[in-house]
Structure formats: structure tokens, C-alpha cells
Design a protein around this ligand. Structure first.
Ligand SMILES: [Zn+2]
Length: 662
């Protein structure tokens, strides 16, 4: 399977963080004492050209973690450079109080054209990890950190780097570099500028902590006001909380705001003091001999090699395949895909979303061009499409769905039938029901072997429900444990192979709270009926779902009295009583706010560590992250509105939480 939702990806990803012993939101690592530099001059005042940092970007990907295409990386580096040089288009939108303080760091990243082995490179190196269970240390893939800024890229949420000072880290420390994570296919230049800011010696504007909006803090830069920092993902340019009358610098890249667009002159001076100090690990990188050795001053001439990668998302009537155009050696000037049998049939995007409506082997063609020279490769992909309505039942879109078995109800119905196994099974019961005279039942039968009675209900379009909830009234007796009845609610996704066909709810007779009404029971009064209900995990929000209500009756001793089992008032829809979805507690972890529109705070109280895996309603993995007993932030600002499933796995167990993103 090209797309796995196994949590193993978590292990691989977070072992990278564990390997370094550090994980922090947008994190930084520093020596204990901040390095406070008091020099009035930065690189800008030096009057020379920019300090050039030879850069290698390492993209790690595996069957569960997607790669970022080379054009997006090259573009993000260019845009990051405009941020560092104060040449970004939105620089004019900086708050008036800070317009006069805008600083030019005088630093630019430049993709290397010669790697540490002397080989030609585009500066973007792809590392394929075929085994999603492989635990690898990203830093072991880095190259000579005395010569290159190594940026490691992998889907996730905790980006971090080391804030340097003289003597720390030592030049060439293999753990030096930037770990950049993203949960989407973008490579965000704002986040890159933030991390490069750290890498060049800057702390958060709110101080040495990684948690904003809590305590007023100082970054030891004179022209950035004391601040608590912005709540993650917010943008309030009028923020003024720490010093009366002083507007705080939420436009600063080193805040957690969404509106980072500037560095200050004080920050530029500090970066200059770090970069130009021979005692720091940053100094050797921009020395002329290293610029020559890494080829950053040369016009790239390497041969371009390209290849394709994909992952599939089975839908209801079609399967979406995401194609990635990847390359090494050079970043292609342009690409063109042709997708025979797909829709659309062609595109010039490096990340293509193509739909197929029937199964088959499809061969895409990828053409990548550099300097007017193009090469084309074939890329065959086996696409599996699950046809809708595979059970032949019509689609029920009117929800909530109710069936009370009244008005001459018979089986089969278009939306309800039994799987006949030759023994007594579900059938109408005309002598009693809940608040009515009719219900459905499986008559008493002597059981010499296990019996299974299936009532098939469907198809349903769950996609219009917020929290698909099934309920049914039951009546039975616990006499002789009612032949040890078990009622199961099973679910089948008809449009996808992603989901399980297992039972979603299992009720043992002794858990149903039905009374022991003695032998030979048959319901005669409303108080003999109890309600069973089950909520479906959000990712069962398929547009074609089939339900099966299964009564299981194991074989029983001949001395036991056979008993019947009754159901009535089947209902499927959103819960009848609106439930408040504020903070939801699970496994000692809380998630709030919920619903959320830009930031979710995950707080762990159980101690130890856990992994959090988020899926969208189609089952697509949105991110995975390690959570500890500290506060973690989940940026959902770019997630489409909808419902997501958060799965938290810890030593205590696994818990699923529904998150609504507005
Ligand atoms: Zn940071």
C-alpha cells in the first residue's frame, strides 16, 4: 500500500528528535547563559556584500511521510532571503512604531553546488527511507556542518535549531543545523526565516522560553520591546501587554505571530556579531575558501536527474493520486505531467492531484526541463478504485435515519435486509415494541452451535454528520444470560479500503442493563426496553457506509432455556442532545480549544511521552508529533475547515479525540 496510517512513522520521525534529546515547539537549544552582545555595529554597517551561507537541504521521506518538491524548497530559500534582507513585499505593512527600526541581517542562504564529497549537487538532497519502521537520526545524514548549514526537512510540527554563542556549539558539531518540519506540502519561508534567525543567534522576542503569551520576557536586543509574545498563530499588531504605552513587535520574525515580516536593527547587529566572530561556529561557513569549496558562487551546471513519487487516497467513486516531481543535481526550470486516463490529463505543477474513476495500471509521463533541455520518464501506478454502493443498497441521505418497524414493516426493505444463515434470524414482531406494537426480533432457538444473525442497514452518507451516532432500543432477559447474547454494531466503508470492517461497538448482555425477567421472556412494557448507543470515530465519515447489526449467540447447554432478543427504534444521525465540545480529556491529555480555528493546545498530565497522529475525514494523515507532559501547540490555521481525528498513543493506551477546525 502506498499510503499507510501506521503510527510507525511517528517512531521514525520522533526518534530524530529523541536522538538529540530535545524537542520544543518551534524550539531552540542554547547554552544556559544567553550570549549578550553589546556591539553597535552589525553586518549592514560593515558596508560589504551579504554574508553568504552555503546551504544543503535534506528531505527525508518514507511511505508515510511525503517529500517536498525541489522547486518549493528553492523558492522558500529565495523568499527567506528577502525576509533576511528586508526586501520582502509586505515590509511596508510593518507597524509604524517599527518602520524606523527595520534591520537588514545582511545574510543570505545559498544552495551549495558542490557537496562535502566534491560531487555536483543542487543543494537539495533526497533521503528515501523505504522502511517506515526504520529509526534513523537525521543528523547522521548531514554533511560537514563547518562548511554547510544543513536543513533537515520532514513532515511534523517541531522545528528547532541551536542558538549559537562563542564556543557553542563547536564548529563542525554534527548535531548543528536546522530541523524544519511541516505538515503540508509547503515549505514556509516565514518559518525558515524564524529558524535561521535562531541559527544566527536570535532568541524569541519574548525571551529564552519556547512558550509565548505567558510571561513578559526579554531577548536582550535593545530595540525589541519586552513582550510575552503572540499567542501562536495570532496577529495583533496593537499588542501592548508588558510596558504601558509600548506597542510590542508582533511583526518580528522571532515572535510566534502569523505576521512575521521584519527583523530589527538590533537583531541585525547581534546576528552580525555572531556571524563575524571567529569564535562562533557560523564564522567558517562564509569564509572565501569555503564559498569556493561549496560552489555557492558558481553557476550551477550539474546534470539533472528526476523521478516521481506518489501516494493514493481512495475515495468513493474515484481515487485521488498525489504525484510528486522530484529531482536532484539541478532544480528543474519547469515540469510537465501527462496522465492518460486521469483527470486532469496534464499539469505543470510539481505536486499534482489526479483523479481516476476506474481501477487499472496507469502510466504517467513526467517531463522535466533545465536550460532548455528536457527529459521524460514513464511512471506506472496501479490505481484501485472502489465502486460506490458495492452492497447494492440505495444511498440514504436524509438523516437522522429512523426505523421503528411500524406500519406493516416487512423484510427485506430497500435499506434493510438480513443475511439469512438458515437458522431463525431477524424478523418482524407484531405483539409489542417500545411505545408501540411492533419491533424486530430473533426468536428463541436451541443453540447447539454458534449463531450469527446479521441485519444489514444502509447505505448512509456520513459526511453530513458532525458526530455519527447510532442508537437502538433492545429488550431481552438475563435469565441464563439470555443464551449469552452479544450485540455488535459493525461498519463497512464501501468506498475505501482504508477502513476496518470490524465491530465498532460490542454490547454484552450483562452490560446492557436489561433486567433479568425470568425465562421465556417477551417484552410487554416500555420499561423493559433500554437504549444502546455508539458514536463512530470521525474518520468513518464516508459517503457510503454500510452498517450491520449482528446478534451473536454462542452454543449453550441443553439445560438452558432459549431466549429471544428484540430491537426497536433504530436511529442514525447526530446526537439528539447537543453535546458540548469544549476541552476533551483523554488519556490524561487535554485538547483545547475545540472547535479551534488556528491553534490547539495539547496539554499532557499523564507524564511520560505519547505520540499524536492527526487524520482528516478522509483518513489522510495530517501530522504526527511527539507530545510530552509539557504544553504543545498544534497549528491548524492552514487546515481546511472540517473534522479531524486526533489519535493519542501513550503507555496508558490509545485514545481518539474529535477535533473540529473552523
Ligand atoms: Zn523559535
Amino acid at each position: 500500500m502506498p499510503f499507510l496510517t501506521s503510527p510507525s512513522g511517528c517512531i521514525a520521525l520522533f526518534s530524530m528528535l529523541l536522538a538529540t534529546g530535545v524537542s520544543a515547539q518551534c524550539g531552540t537549544v542554547s547554552n544556559a547563559a544567553p550570549y549578550v552582545f553589546d556591539a553597535p555595529e552589525g553586518i549592514v554597517e560593515r558596508g560589504g556584500g551579504p554574508v553568504i551561507i552555503p546551504t544543503l537541504v535534506h528531505v527525508h521521506y518514507n511511505p508515510t511521510l511525503f517529500p517536498i518538491t525541489p522547486d518549493r524548497i528553492a523558492d522558500a530559500i529565495d523568499r527567506c532571503n528577502t525576509y533576511m534582507r528586508a526586501q520582502n513585499e509586505d515590509i511596508g505593512e510593518v507597524h509604524p512604531d517599527f518602520q524606523g527600526l527595520i534591520g537588514d541581517l545582511g545574510v543570505e542562504l545559498r544552495l551549495a553546488t558542490i557537496d562535502a564529497n566534491g560531487q555536483c549537487t543542487s543543494g537539495i538532497v533526497y533521503h528515501w527511507h523505504a522502511d517506515p519502521y526504520e529509526q534513523y537520526d537525521v543528523w547522521s545524514y548531514g554533511q560537514n556542518t563547518a562548511s554547510y548549514l544543513n536543513i533537515h526537512v520532514s513532515p511534523g510540527i517541531n522545528s528547532w535549531t541551536i542558538v549559537p554563542s562563542p564556543g557553542f556549539p563547536v564548529s563542525g558539531d554534527p548535531g548543528d543545523g536546522i530541523f524544519y518540519t511541516t505538515y503540508d506540502a509547503q515549505f514556509r519561508p516565514e518559518l525558515l526565516a524564524h529558524e535561521v534567525g535562531h541559527w544566527l543567534g536570535l532568541y524569541h522576542t519574548f525571551g529564552q522560553t519556547n512558550t509565548s503569551a505567558v510571561e513578559c520576557g526579554d531577548d536582550w536586543i535593545a530595540d525589541t520591546p519586552i513582550t510575552k509574545g503572540s499567542a501562536v498563530g495570532s496577529c495583533d499588531q496593537s499588542l501592548s501587554e508588558c510596558t504601558p504605552g509600548v506597542i510590542e513587535n508582533v511583526d518580528n520574525h522571532m515572535d510566534y505571530s502569523l505576521c512575521g515580516k521584519m527583523f530589527t536593527q538590533g537583531q541585525a547587529a547581534h546576528v552580525g556579531s555572531i556571524a563575524m566572530n571567529p569564535e562562533t561556529a557560523r564564522y567558517p561557513l562564509h569564509q572565501p575558501a569555503n564559498l569556493d569549496a561549496t560552489g555557492v558562487l558558481l553557476t550551477p551546471t550539474c546534470a539533472m536527474e528526476h523521478w516521481a513519487w506518489h501516494r493514493s487516497f481512495p475515495g468513493c467513486d474515484s481515487t485521488r493520486v498525489e504525484y510528486y516531481a522530484l529531482a536532484s543535481g539541478r532544480v528543474p526550470d519547469s515540469v510537465r505531467w501527462v496522465f492518460p486516463g486521469g483527470s486532469p490529463m496534464s499539469t505543470t505543477e510539481t505536486l499534482a492531484q489526479i483523479h481516476y474513476t476506474s481501477s487499472g495500471l496507469y502510466t504517467a509521463q513526467l517531463t522535466s526541463c533545465i536550460d532548455g533541455s528536457c527529459t521524460t520518464i514513464d511512471y506506472p501506478v496501479q490505481v484501485d478504485v472502489n465502486q460506490a454502493g458495492a452492497n447494492g443498497l440505495p444511498l440514504i441521505t436524509a438523516l437522522p435515519f429512523r426505523e421503528d418497524f411500524e406500519d406493516g414493516f416487512t423484510l427485506p426493505q430497500p435499506h434493510m435486509h438480513v443475511l439469512d444463515d438458515g437458522t431463525p434470524t431477524w424478523q418482524p414482531y407484531g405483539q409489542n415494541g417500545f411505545a408501540s406494537g411492533n419491533s424486530l426480533y430473533v426468536p428463541a432457538e436451541a443453540l447447539t452451535e454458534n449463531d450469527t444473525c446479521d441485519l444489514v442497514i444502509g447505505n448512509f452518507d456520513f459526511s453530513q454528520l458532525t458526530l455519527p451516532t447510532f442508537s437502538v432500543k433492545v429488550a431481552a432477559t438475563q435469565y441464563n444470560m439470555g443464551s449469552w447474547h452479544t450485540l455488535e454494531l459493525r461498519f463497512r466503508e464501501l468506498c475505501s479500503t482504508t477502513f476496518s470492517t470490524g465491530a465498532w461497538a460490542i454490547w454484552q448482555l450483562n452490560e446492557m442493563n436489561v433486567p433479568n425477567s425470568g425465562s421465556g421472556f417477551a417484552p410487554t412494557a416500555d420499561d423493559q426496553w433500554v437504549t444502546l448507543s455508539a458514536e463512530f470515530p470521525v474518520w468513518t465519515q464516508s459517503t457510503r457506509a454500510e452498517l450491520v447489526l449482528r446478534l451473536r449467540r454462542p452454543s449453550m447447554p441443553a439445560s438452558f432455556t432459549p431466549e429471544g432478543f428484540w430491537i426497536d427504534d433504530v436511529r442514525l444521525g447526530d446526537p439528539e442532545i447537543a453535546t458540548s465540545v469544549s476541552a476533551m480529556e483523554s488519556n490524561g491529555f487535554s485538547i483545547a480549544p475545540n472547535p479551534a480555528d488556528n491553534m490547539v493546545i495539547v496539554r499532557g498530565t499523564a507524564g511520560g511521552t505519547a505520540t499524536l497522529h492527526a487524520y482528516d475525514a478522509t483518513g489522510r494523515s495530517m501530522l504526527q508529533m511527539r507530545i510530552t507532559d509539557t504544553t504543545e501547540h498544534l497549528d491548524v490555521s492552514t487546515w481546511p475547515s472540517g473534522i479531524y481525528l486526533l489519535r493519542i498513543t501513550s503507555a496508558i493506551g490509545e485514545q481518539c479525540v474529535r477535533l473540529v477546525v473552523e
